[in-house]
Design a protein around this ligand. Structure first.
Ligand code: HEC
Length: 167
């Protein structure tokens, strides 16, 4: 009787330690995953800071572009003004070489009036950034590969200004 009781206790004890071990192992796994997740978050955060550069150490200016600088890109290296007009004024195109002008005149659809929000169909800066970077499929708007990320951000800020001025 006593012997069986003892073995029973022993057996129970074994089960308990087994269970405790399992729980402990489970806990350490959770801890391990948590540490891993935290370090990934940390790396991610420091990478974002590295990309953002010294200019955006001030959080509030992080995503903001400079419309005035964007305007210079628009009327300059971005060559947006070739098609969309100087300062986005559709009928103020620069003096272009005859063949370039002819090419633009043939575009179908024609370049949109970026000052008239009613005729614009892109709804977010994300879509606009993509249209600028990758071009408009099926239109004459070719992809831009020369702008820096900052210049693109500035251009988007300028486009927003044009829409505000136009409406
Ligand atoms: C070769 C001519 C051409 C150039 C250069 C050009 N675009 Fe366009 N763009 C177009 C055409 C054409 C459309 C209209 C596409 C459509 O209607 O589907 C357009 C559409 C757009 C749109 C979408 C407007 C909407 O409907 O919401 C944006 C934004 C835009 N252009 C910005 C720019 C910017 C910024 C640049 C300079 C980096 C630029 N474009 C350069 C021809 C041009």
């Amino acid at each position: 009787m006593l012997r069986t009781a003892l073995t029973e206790i022993d057996w129970k004890g074994d089960v308990m330690t087994d269970l405790t071990r399992k729980i402990l192992r489970g806990l350490s796994l959770v801890g391990f995953l948590l540490v891993g997740w935290l370090s990934i978050q940390f790396i991610h955060m420091s990478e974002m800071n590295a990309w953002a550069g010294p200019q955006s150490s001030n959080k509030s200016t992080k995503a903001a572009g400079d419309a005035e600088r964007g305007r210079a890109v628009f009327n300059g290296k971005g060559v947006c003004y070739y098609c969309h007009g100087i300062d986005g004024n559709k009928d103020q195109r620069p003096q272009l070489a005859a063949d370039t002008a002819a090419l633009i005149a043939q575009l179908n659809p024609q370049p949109v009036d970026l000052r008239n929000p009613k005729v614009l169909y892109l709804k977010s800066d994300k879509q606009r950034a993509r249209a600028i970077r990758e071009g408009h499929p099926g239109t004459g708007m070719f992809p831009d590969t020369t702008m820096t990320t900052q210049e693109l951000t500035d251009t988007l800020a300028y486009l927003a200004l044009l829409r505000r001025e136009g409406s």
